[in-house]
Design a protein around this ligand. Structure first.
Ligand code: BES
Ligand code: MN
Ligand code: ZN
Length: 492
């Protein structure tokens, strides 16, 4: 979607949107719109019980000479940044496949002008809500195809351009994440994940490291490779480093689970719903999307994003329940369930990033446990942290962006539950507290003194209903959270 910032609406703006705050009808400055049309608009609003609620829309068609103009009253509620964002998404949702190709939003009608940041949030959301993945739909009827390609915003305040630059970067990062998540698992597997990402971040100034299976075997990544050994697809580790604060060790590492398909392995999942496991790389998708956004907006921080990419398949060569593997850290793991593979991938990636880059803070994102969905549904991601200040920073970024998080406990009592009689640990605990024991497993790979948080985003990366800034399907959860977390806590 093309976004333009203009001074005043052009006379030929056939579709005009006017923002209305809650109860704010009296404050609308109707501009060039005549008294008759105003009366119709008020009557339509009343009939629809519209009162400027965030994202609510009333649409009228008004005659102007021989022409007809389409006018949308767009609710912006209390006009917080989040309200503006929701309104932007709602505007696109209404018009995307409506036949309309262009809409003009007139901000000069407002009594209180929004900030540049608020306008940028609206514009970003409008663009983000237009994202779709139609590449495999060859028979989509014309009437279902998106038509809206252009949003003009009239009367945006000074400072919008700069804020928009950052939102545009975020939007592009989100698109990458959603694409990777939405693509089918025969198309996106470890090697093609890397190819796609490298094509998308080329020229942005990120330092790229790719490890193949030989390199990972050399490093002793027996846990990650154990998961991969049942697949004909080769595993990869991909690292993207952004030196926005001048280089040196990154202060922050973002780590993502990238299981491009999770069949469960020999501990095979039931057939129903198994196709969902194409998005078991949503953590990795969020990490690379966030890295793209950081690079595009020139974030003044040193951050590394590392993703472990494998496919978990049953095969004659697949690992068995009962196998014992040795991780890169030297710790041994008894595999009790080959479907608890995410932690096996992450533990070696965590060791690798700490050994090679010494970050002081690590945040990992993973669609790690079904138990997380049982606990939180699809409203919050689960947060586990060994440090209260880090937890507070992440919770704050979640509230500010709408990528909400809810904190869960860690403790030695939970940790004990994954002790193994034959190895240092087992890869599953008892049935109860499954998300917590998974987090405890990861914590065993965190070096002393490192601030670490684990985000279990199993319920968040895919949506069966549309949200404010996304349609059904891939949400891009985590990208705006990480972008904000970096902006608020790691940039000078
Ligand atoms: N990728 C799954 C977790 C998952 C399940 C994410 C459903 C999204 C929706 C993970 O690899 C897994 O299979 N976890 C097991 C762990 C269990 C064997 C301890 C689970 O949650 O059932
Ligand atoms: Mn699994
Ligand atoms: Zn998995």
């Amino acid at each position: 979607m093309q976004i333009d910032f203009i001074t005043t609406p052009t006379a030929d703006a056939a579709i005009l949107a006017l923002p209305v705050g809650k109860g704010g009808f009296a404050h609308i400055h109707w501009g060039a719109i005549g008294a008759t049309v105003q009366t119709i608009a008020r009557a339509a609003a009343k009939a629809a019980r519209f009162d400027g609620e965030t994202g609510a829309i009333v649409e009228i068609f008004a005659g102007e000479g021989d022409a007809v103009r389409r006018i949308l009253l767009l609710g912006i509620g209390a006009a917080t940044d989040m309200d503006w964002e929701k309104a932007g998404g709602a505007l696109t949702a209404r018009l995307l496949t409506s036949g309309a190709t262009s809409v003009t939003l007139d901000l000069s009608t407002l009594a209180v002008a929004p900030t540049g940041k608020a306008v940028a949030r609206l514009a970003g959301a409008a663009a983000q809500r237009s994202w779709r993945h139609d590449v495999y739909r060859t028979k989509l009827p014309d009437s279902s195809k998106p038509t809206l390609t252009h949003l003009a915003i009239a009367g945006a305040p000074v400072g919008t351009d700069e804020a928009w630059h950052a939102q545009d970067a975020l939007t592009k990062g989100l698109s990458l994440t959603r694409l990777l998540v939405a693509e089918p698992p025969n198309v996106i597997y470890p090697e093609t994940f890397v190819e796609r990402v490298l094509a998308e971040v080329e020229g942005l100034g990120l330092d790229v490291t790719v490890l193949d299976e030989d390199a990972m075997a050399e490093l002793g990544m027996g846990a990650l490779l154990g998961v991969s050994q049942g697949s004909v697809r080769e595993a990869r580790l991909l690292a993207l480093k952004w030196n926005g604060a001048g280089g040196g060790d990154p202060s922050l590492a973002l780590v993502g689970k990238g299981v491009t398909f999770d069949s469960g392995g020999i501990s095979l999942k039931p057939g129903a719903g198994m196709e969902d496991m194409k998005w078991d790389m949503g953590g990795a998708g969020a990490v690379v999307g966030a890295m793209k956004a950081l690079a595009l907006r020139g974030a003044k921080a040193n951050v590394i994003g590392v993703v472990g990419l494998v496919e978990n398949m049953p095969d004659a060569a697949a690992q068995r329940p009962g196998d014992v593997v040795t991780s890169m850290s030297g710790q041994t793991i008894e595999i009790l369930n080959t479907d608890a593979e995410g932690r096996l991938v992450l533990c070696d990636v965590l060791t690798w990033v700490q050994t090679t880059h010494r970050p002081k803070t690590i945040v990992d994102l993973a669609t790690l446990t079904g138990a997380m969905i049982v606990a939180l549904g699809s409203e919050h991601g689960g947060l586990f942290a060994n440090d209260d200040s880090l937890a507070a920073q992440l919770l704050g970024a979640g509230k500010a962006t709408g990528d909400l998080l809810w904190r869960f406990p860690l403790s030695p009592a939970y940790d004990k539950l994954i002790d193994s009689p034959i190895a240092d640990m087992k890869n599953v605990g008892p049935r109860g507290g499954g998300s917590i024991t998974a987090a405890q497993f990861l914590q065993r790979y965190i070096d002393a003194g490192v601030r670490w948080a684990h985000l279990d985003i199993a319920g968040m990366v895919w949506a069966d209903k549309a949200g404010a800034t996304y349609d059904k399907g891939a949400t891009g959860y985590g990208v705006r959270l990480l972008d904000r977390f970096v902006a608020d806590n790691f940039e000078r």
